[in-house]
Design a protein around this ligand. Structure first.
Ligand code: CA2
Length: 147
């Protein structure tokens, strides 16, 4: 049985590749999804990929993941800096969580320096562009590799 990894993307990430390429690069979220799916094609992992602009929808997806997922890769977008509700939902999820940021939030405005999600994450990847999503997948490929 392949293990399911949820990939959750927060607000405005549907605009990836369409605006502000100097900060977020030129790849679209669909292209990121395609690369991730290709990477897990012959592996023990299977992906469910989501994007929502709504905090409650992201929380519902995390609750849903409790029943079926072996891990979460999350880019909470701006909710990283505001949402204790997403942190609470992740705290009720029992498998590993990796937080990804495309930009280096520590090099940007001070309001982006703190993420409520990071205290729950096994690891945080920031500033490596969309490569960060693939690196997060490497974590799960290694964690769940069959010897
Ligand atoms: O660097 C990241 O991945 C962020 O999570 C992206 C969020 C931002 O609020 C966080 O501080 C850091 C913003 C996502 C908005 O994405 C856009 C992409 C293209 C054009 C406009 C917005």
């Amino acid at each position: 049985m392949r293990r399911l990894i949820y990939v959750l993307n927060g607000p405005n990430l549907n605009l990836l590749g369409k605006r502000q390429p100097q900060i977020y690069g030129s790849e679209t979220l669909q292209e990121v999804e395609a690369k991730m799916c290709l990477k897990v094609k012959d592996s023990e992992l299977q992906l469910q990929f989501y994007q929502s602009n709504h905090e409650g929808v992201i929380i519902d997806l995390i609750h849903q993941a409790r029943d079926c997922a072996a891990g979460i890769i999350i880019n909470p977008g701006a909710f990283s800096h505001t949402s204790i509700a997403i942190l609470d939902a992740l705290n009720a999820f029992e498998c590993p969580v990796i937080e990804v940021h495309i930009s280096n939030i520590h090099k940007r405005e001070s309001f982006r320096h703190h993420s409520w999600i990071s205290s729950r994450a096994e690891g945080v990847i920031a500033g490596l562009g969309t490569l960060g999503y693939l690196m997060a997948l490497d974590y799960f490929l290694q964690t769940y590799s069959v010897p």
